[in-house]
Design a protein around this ligand. Sequence first.
Ligand code: NAP
Length: 412
Amino acid sequence: MKSYTNTSLGSPSRALTFHPSVPTPSVPSNPKSTLLLLKLSHAALNPADLALQRFLPPWLPFRSSPVPGLDFAGEVVAVGGGVGDDVKVGDRVCGAVGLKGVAAGRGALAEWIVVERAEVTKVPVREGWNGREVVGVTGIAGQTAAEMVRCVGEEGVKGRRVLVNGASGGVGSLVVQVLRGLRAEVVVGVCSAASEGLVKRLGAGEVVDYKADRALEERLRERFGEQPFDAILDCVGSQTLFSKSPGYLKPDGKFITIVGGWSQGVIPFVKNKMRPTFLGGTPRSYHLFLLSASGERAKEVADWVEQGVIKESLVDSEYPLEKAVEVCCHLHLCGSGVLNADLVRHMRSWRPAEPRARLSSRLEATDHMGACVSGAGLGIPHVIESGSGLDIVITGRYLFITRVSSISVVVF
Ligand SMILES: NC(=O)c1ccc[n+]([C@@H]2O[C@H](COP(=O)([O-])OP(=O)(O)OC[C@H]3O[C@@H](n4cnc5c(N)ncnc54)[C@H](OP(=O)(O)O)[C@@H]3O)[C@@H](O)[C@H]2O)c1
């Protein structure tokens, strides 16, 4: 079978090695084995895949053949002796390999993979949806969206006023759909003006452009100060959005984020959680979580697909498995599959010590220049043809600013 492995830390072209022919894995038939062997139809890539390529060393002793990749959809071809009757050979299943599974090296960038029964759910039945549509929705993005929505409160989101930061992204676009489907009273999405139509179509009643001239937090305070939100679901990782939140989040409201830790700084995280108000802490509750992927969570999302709570799967592009390195680069550059010449120039001249905000504004400026060129000559093919076999799907939309911290991943 075809497969990728992680061979070193770093950029996709350094980290990933393609193997055209490796032995197909198998599952033990002993009565205790709860493993399934799947023949994949699709895998999807997330920002987390790129982070793992950079930070999870492939040489760890328990990673003998470290196959990367989290999201998968495929067919069961063999089951361990301890798998109950609810999953059979021939069933179509989907989900995300847990961090433990990827750490152990049994990721989704391979034609055949071994997963735990507890990591999968049945592919939802929905007209026009197959593995391509399902893979990103029931994987990391959808499961994270489900967890964020759950965090809003035990009473659910019905009748609540919720702000979604990063509403056009892989996670945010699903959060918006779920909030609307579960009848939140007000759903406001923060995204770029270019994504306004999309985010409104998915269910946001109102959209706020984070790129507009005046500070986002100031505009939120003016617009929603009188009618503050019950919850803010942050899919971007904005410290300022939290520190200024008393201007637009109810006193008992929750700020729920999925981006934190090292990427935003451990110190801000500790301060947000623990600093008392009299020492300058923000008087709002702060929640940061790391998804623990499971079949149970994937089922919750699959049910929402069947019930029509989730209406759309945003598939950005589709590639054959052999193109995983290009997909990772695409994930960092732009959703259209072409490279922006000025962006490339800026990225080449960028130094890690450069303040994030300054680079962001430079990239935003180039964003408007529309100087897109083919990646030919830069080592990244412009024309990428879809082939048969396992395809990789990019879900969500990717923006330069979110990629700033990851520029070192791209090698030209
Ligand atoms: N903790 C966890 O368990 C967990 C799980 C999944 C993901 N994550 C993290 O969550 C983040 C989002 O993941 P994703 O898959 O949704 O990424 P994504 O698809 O790349 O989405 C990012 C979105 O953020 C928007 N954006 C960029 N800068 C923004 C800003 N300053 N203000 C508001 N919106 C902005 C962009 O919107 P426009 O295109 O409209 O400009 C883009 O659509 C990543 O950092 C990922 O690593 C964490």
